[in-house]
Design a protein. Structure first.
Length: 194
């Protein structure tokens, strides 16, 4: 079994990355292979709605010259997926949404390969906007047929304020992610009989 964590922050010192790493560390401790993908330094062009992945090369995005296809191939092969996004304007950051829109379009119009995988979202904000962004990601999981385990609260973290507040200081947020990751590991072991 393998879980990929994708962190959507473009910052070098990323609080979102810290939360995603926390979840992956728990999963690794549960005997599940993990991989972290940071979107920092990567280019993901937006979906153009060209339908080439349906009509010309079914199951393949034909937009070239960016990092989408390499990340998408890993998303296809994994059993679990954690998506982490910082929240700047009460929404998921554009680079994450570009990735998810293209991934959904290709998967939905081909073999719907996300269905049956396990995963969940994590959002990180300075003060507010978590719920909208968290809902955006949660809707993505539901639309694509992934199974989302619960936790003891929503997987949201408080961090930011120009670096004055670090993710490591949010004990409740980190514990929520830890609880989520344990539930995710338990569910995956039951589903995949390992």
């Amino acid at each position: 079994m393998k879980v990929i964590g994708i962190a959507g922050s473009l910052r070098a010192r990323s609080n979102t990355l810290h939360y995603v790493k926390t979840g992956l560390k728990v999963l690794k401790g549960e005997g599940i292979r993990t991989e972290l993908i940071s979107l920092r330094g990567k280019e993901i062009k937006p979906c153009t709605g060209c339908y080439d992945c349906v009509n010309k090369k079914k199951g393949v995005c034909t937009i070239e010259g960016d990092d989408f296809n390499a990340i998408f191939a890993k998303m296809r092969q994994t059993d679990g997926l954690i998506l982490g996004s910082p929240v700047y304007l009460s929404s998921v950051v554009p680079q994450m949404m570009a990735l998810l829109a293209r991934a959904t379009f290709v998967a939905y119009w081909s073999d719907k390969f996300f269905a049956g995988k396990v995963g969940g979202p994590i959002t990180v904000a300075r003060r507010a906007g978590h719920n909208v962004a968290f809902s955006q990601l949660l809707l993505w999981f539901f639309f694509n047929g992934l199974i989302v385990p619960g936790s003891t609260y929503w997987n949201v973290g408080l961090a930011g304020a120009g670096g004055a507040r670090d993710a490591a200081d949010d004990a409740e947020g980190l514990q929520t992610v830890i609880n989520f990751a344990h539930n995710m590991a338990d569910l995956m072991k039951k589903l995949f009989n390992e």
